[in-house]
Design a binder for this molecule. Structure first.
Ligand code: 13P
Ligand code: SF4
Length: 302
């Protein structure tokens, strides 16, 4: 065990802290985290933990959601600048306009969104529960924010709903091109293509399986196949290779990298544990109304 890991371990015990990391966090951060997972799993851990302090190695909407779900806890982020570009790609004015246009509208908000957007929404979803939740809503008209690719994927799987799309997207996943994927498929003709629903429709149409990061990891583990082309952020490589040493995972030549997720480092984890800096705060009124749609997701996504 190196010195930083040792110091983190001691401080964690002293402060009653746990470390959560998303699969897109750097490998050395995933290695020292207590819980590693996709957005839905991490939200559930954040809601149910008894720890006094949660160090969230992800991006700001994750730290914010953890604080909203568990307001008594101290939530720290190793790097306060780690943000998700897509989380800001919807507009409260537009939501209000849509509500005027449709009587029967449910605003479904991908968890990758600011707390303010959640306040104006009816229910949150993640990529692993979006289909289930949209399907079980009574409303016919669904305004899906902010991600238009996940929204379209859900619309295709739940054709009985009228899903109205917003024009946000994840700049990292839309950077995975159909052309690059076709080239990779040519190199590895027997590999299955596993993709995240934040990818473009073109990429999804060439995929054998579409799911959240955790679902991609589970699928690869369960599959009898030995080779996979992975269309999501390259942080999942660590877990995929750790769990499946006999299988091969190919990432497109320009491995999709979320710069914000990579701002999390062991040094910064140590620093916030020592100093208590980068504590997440959310305005009480905002938190109260954002909690309604996060709690609804945890209930409906069970
Ligand atoms: P999941 O962890 O739900 O697959 O989401 C991917 C993502 O973009 C998180 O930022
Ligand atoms: Fe946001 Fe995309 Fe980074 Fe996920 S990968 S945190 S959606 S920018």
């Amino acid at each position: 065990m190196d010195n930083i890991t040792r110091e983190i371990k001691v401080l964690k015990e002293e402060k009653g802290a746990i470390i959560l990391a998303h699969y897109y966090a750097p490998e050395d951060v995933q290695k020292l985290a207590d819980f590693v997972g996709d957005s839905f799993y991490l939200a559930k851990v954040a809601k149910n933990t008894d720890a006094k302090v949660v160090v969230f190695c992800g991006v700001s909407f994750m730290g914010e959601s953890a604080k909203i779900l568990n307001p008594e806890k101290t939530v720290l982020m190793p790097d306060i600048n780690a943000d998700c570009a897509m989380a800001h790609m919807a507009d409260v004015k537009k939501i209000k306009k849509m509500r005027e246009e449709y009587d029967d509208l449910a605003v479904v908000c991908y968890i990758n969104s600011t707390a303010e957007l959640k306040c104006h929404s009816d229910v949150c979803v993640t990529s692993s529960n979006a289909i289930k939740i949209v399907r079980s809503l009574k409303n016919k008209n669904i305004y899906f924010i902010p991600d238009n690719n996940l929204g379209r994927f859900v619309a295709n799987r739940v054709p009985e709903k009228n899903v109205i799309l917003n024009d946000g997207c994840c700049p990292i996943h839309v950077g995975i091109s159909k052309e690059a994927l076709l080239k990779e498929k040519e190199k590895h003709p027997s590999a299955l293509v596993l993709s995240h629903p934040e990818c473009t429709e073109d990429v999804l149409s060439l995929s054998d399986y579409i799911g959240s990061t955790a679902e991609i990891i589970d699928y690869a583990k369960e599959s009898d196949k030995k080779e996979f082309i992975i269309c999501t952020e390259c942080g999942v490589k660590y877990e995929l290779e750790k769990d499946n040493p006999e299988k091969k995972f190919y990432f497109l030549s320009s491995c999709a990298t979320c710069r914000d997720m990579k701002l999390n480092t062991p040094e910064k984890i140590l620093h916030v544990l020592k100093t208590g800096e980068n504590e997440i705060t959310v305005d009480k009124e905002v938190a109260k109304s954002a909690l309604v749609c996060l709690d609804r997701m945890l209930e409906m996504g069970k």
